[in-house]
Design a protein around this ligand. Structure first.
Ligand code: SF4
Length: 352
């Protein structure tokens, strides 16, 4: 199967849509109308867009597409409302998105790539290898299709599914522009988080984009040697450069950076880690999430991946207390969705 030759109108920014309508001899304001149908009313069928003329609706139906993802399966995690969705692209690649309800919000975790080239040793997606970048439309459709299905309003989006969003920067940026547009119901910039492993040049670019979404860094160790072993990307962008770019991000956007820290028994849970982490967290407005490691044993990894074990939960709580004693804001995350491999670092599907 190959990808559509027809223009896919989801995933186009309002400006791009205006240009598109102009190019087919229509008025530019059609862009706002279409944008409202899709992102405010969540209508993905031209036939229902009644303020567009019949002939325009028929033309759009014939010559463009709104949806290219096929929803192949979805599954609730037992005892929770966490729901994982499996989508298939037009060229038969599989990607996943997860909806995670919490007390005061419902968060959608979106994928930005099919697989991931970065090979983090604790990550199921990394073990899959890399196939291709997703288009802006494929990122946006994960939101539209899950929102249409899921019974609650999605209030937050995290770019934390399969792939490194900042290695697919243009599509990520475009999807962010759509999610933060005034017409898009229920979302706002301070409810959207881009999670990165630390692609330094793109962190500066995102800071300068004017979008002011939140950013989180997959930190996982405060020491370069350990971090390089579990996250090879650290060899290219060592901690010093990543932290400088985050200082800039926090300063430019006036947002608080989140550090994600998955806890590995005997590897990053020592007193020396408390000390080094404290120094990092204090240098900018930030907070820290401690995450129990979710096993990826079902992927049959080898090398260091096979040896990684989670720090026991009581030790994670102790680690958190030591950081709090240093006045660090720390959250210990639970592992909702573990049973359906929907927890952090577990999204992976076979792809061709
Ligand atoms: S943790 Fe993120 S960056 Fe690392 S391999 Fe997995 S998907 Fe890629």
């Amino acid at each position: 199967m190959t990808r559509s030759e027809k223009p896919v109108l989801t995933g186009k920014t309002k400006g791009e849509l205006a240009e598109f309508f102009e190019s087919i001899g229509e008025k530019r304001f059609r862009a706002k109308q279409l944008f409202e149908w899709i992102y405010d009313r969540r209508v993905l069928n031209y036939g229902d867009m009644l303020n567009l003329s019949k002939s325009l609706r028929e033309k759009l139906e014939r010559e463009t597409k709104l949806v290219t993802l096929f929803s192949r399966a979805s599954q609730y995690s037992s005892g929770t409302e966490t729901k994982k969705y499996l989508f298939v692209t037009e060229d038969n690649k599989s990607i996943e998105a997860v909806v995670i309800p919490e007390e005061r919000r419902t968060t959608l975790c979106v994928s930005t790539q099919v697989g991931c080239p970065l090979d983090c040793k604790f990550c199921a997606t990394g073990l899959m290898g890399f196939s291709r970048n997703l288009s802006a439309s494929e990122i946006v459709q994960q939101y539209l299709l899950t929102q249409i299905d899921y019974p609650e309003e999605i209030t937050n989006i995290v770019y934390m599914g399969m792939g490194e969003p900042l290695l697919n920067y243009d599509a990520t940026l475009k999807s962010l522009r759509i999610f933060t547009a005034e017409e898009t119901r229920g979302l706002s910039k301070n409810r959207i988080t881009v999670s990165t492993s630390g692609i330094t040049p793109r962190i500066y670019d995102l800071a300068d984009s004017g979008l002011r979404v939140k950013i989180s860094l997959s930190l996982h160790s405060a020491f370069d040697d350990v971090r390089s072993e579990i996250m090879p990307v650290n060899k290219k962008y060592p901690l010093k450069s990543v932290l400088e770019s985050l200082d800039y991000y926090a300063r430019t956007t006036k947002t608080r950076v989140t550090f994600e820290y998955t806890m590995f028994d005997g590897i990053n849970d020592r007193d020396a880690d408390v000390k080094a982490l404290t120094k990092i967290i204090r240098r900018m407005p930030s907070k820290l999430n401690l995450i129990p490691f979710n096993s990826i044993a079902h992927m049959a990894p080898d090398g260091i991946s096979a040896q990684l074990k989670s720090t026991p939960y009581d030790k994670i709580l102790e680690f958190a207390d030591k950081l709090r004693a240093n006045n660090i804001t720390v959250m210990v995350r639970n592992t909702q969705g573990d049973d359906i491999a929907a927890a952090c670092g577990q999204l992976a599907v076979k792809h061709s």
